[in-house]
Every structure is written in C-alpha cells, then in structure tokens.
Unconditional design. Sequence first.
Length: 375
Amino acid sequence: SQTQLIWARFIKQRAALIAGMVLLVLILSGIFAPFLSPYDPTIAGRDKDYTNGAPQMPQFCDSNGCSLRPFIHGVTRERSMATNFRWVTTVDEDIRLPMQFFVRGDKYKLFGFIPGNVHLFGVEGGKIHLFGTDEDGQDIFSRTLHAVWTSMQVGTIGVVIAFVLALIIGGVAGYYGGWIDSVIQMITDAVRTVPVIPLFMAISAIIAAEGSRIGIGDWTLVDLGPGLSSEGRFFIISVILGLVGWPTLARRVRTHLLTERNQEYVLAAQLCGAKPGHVIRRHLLPSFTSYIIVDLVISFPYMVLSETALSFIGLGLKDPVSSLGVMLQKATSADVLLNYQWYFIPVIFFVALVMAFVFVGDGLRDAADPYSDSH
C-alpha cells in the first residue's frame, strides 16, 4: 500500500527517524505529564522555602560514600550581605533525602478524566526539583512537561481547523475555477492581510474586560460574562490561530487542482458519474499526498511558535496555565539572565520540539514524493 511504501522510505532517513523518536518522547512526556511530574505546576509557592532554587540532580555517591539508592542533599538558605542580601543556598552533604518511586502526592486527572494521585518519583522527607524552581516556588520540571502538552494541544486544534478549511476552500476553488475561484481568492487574500498581533491585542483587551461580549449591535455572539477562564482563553487562541492559518495551504491545494482537474483520470471519473466531492476527495487530493503531509506536519511548529510568541508578549495564555511562552515571560529580566540561568531549560525542550517537527516533515515529504532523488 501507499502507506507501507512511505514508511519503508521514511525509516531509511536517519535524521528524520531520530527526530521522530524525539518527537514521540516529547509527545508521550506531555500526555503523561501529570504522572511524570512530581508536583502540580499551577500551585504558586509549592516550595516557598526554595524559591529561585537551583536544579537538584540525583546522585549515588558523595564524600560520605555511595548508595544503591539515588538521593539528593538537603539544603539551607539564608540571605548574604556579600550578594546584596540575595538568597544563598548551601548544600548540606550530611543530609541525604533518598528518592522514592510511584509516590502519592497532588491529585490530577490523566487525559482530563482519569483521576489519580500517583507520581513517578519524589523524595522522602522533602522535595526534589530537577530543573530548579522559579520566583514563585513552582517546580520548573513539572511546568515544562505540562507546557509541552499545552503547546501541542494549541497546535493540534489550530492545525486541524486550518487543515480542514484549506482542503475545503482550496479544493472548491481549484476544481471549479472561474468566478468561484476569483471570489475565493479575494477572501483568501483578505485573510492573509489580517495582522495577527493587532488582532490578538484587540481580543486580549476584550477578554480582560469585565462583563464583555463579542457581537454585532444588540446581537451577542459570545458572552464572556465576568471574565474568561484559562480554558476559555486557551480555546479562543487555538481557534483564532486556525482561522488565520489556512490561506497558505489553501493556495497550494488550489494551484495543484487547477493543473490536475483536466487530466484523463479526472475526466474518466466524471464520465463514470462521479460527483465533484468524490473526484476531489478520492482522486485529486491523493495525487499530491506528499505536499499535504509536509504542510500538515510543518504547520505544527508554526502554530507552537505563534502561541509561544503571543504568550511571551502577554497576548496569549497566562498563569496558571503552563505553556512555553508563559514560562519564558519570567526569563526576560536581567536578574534572571545573570543569576538564575535554569529558567532557560524549557527553551531546550521548545527548540527540540520545533526541530523534531521540521525534520519529520522533511522526511515525510521525501518519503511520500515518488520523484524524490533519495529513491
């Protein structure tokens, strides 16, 4: 089958295969983030005695000997005059906090509906922060895993909406042509000229207003009531990213269909009585599967980048939602750049996520293209 041929070609590309494994690990880490992370990332002050704390890495040996069980050391914190009364953390190697696995802790709902309170790891008699903590005492490791999943959800909703609109609108324009194509192209050009940042600035102002609504005159489309929840803001941003992200793929679909609609196999299907929807879905769209696949995969990192950028400048998601953009907001001050470099650990995951999508998309494009030189 075509799927088997694409897979056989894809696994021959080492870079794309490695990127696919990295992407799979990141996706699974996001899906099972409540279980893999030791603490609830939304609770500020989770470790109020360890704010802006450095990463704590488990170890098996120290100056007092080795242990078969991984542990971290206890710490003491005090303000020092030598550092302008900043908190100074001192590691006490005489205090060992052994790690535990499958411990009970904060309650969560896996996949949004399966309740649980078992976490993969923790420490006995204290807390562990693999990536350190931020200024609110929140665990950066827990926030990072949840941020990856949040960004993936935003990207998925946005890509699905944009993908469906692009196939429908581009397919109709390319198949029928004529005045229908001209009207659709005018609408497409109008959507492409919409500035995204001013649009989100206006929506952000509406969302922030108490008792605000979205409507025309006395006709209310959306009543925001006394304010919008984090979930509501998440949904609105995902939908808007999808509604403004379809024109590029729609143009590619339209261009291909304009050239393919006069081919013999299309004429044969029409003479057999096939309806336009059947011709587009079963004959025209599969003829350029490689382009659709690569556009679908490459659209994910752009959606993630858009959400991250909007949240970073304060127009997207906000606390207590954990997203890469929200976390990067806290890493903009000079104090963080000079003293708390572990704030940038989530950037590594962000770059890995985007690059994995790019390499997988390129690999799928080459695998699905029968005219690729790699074959």
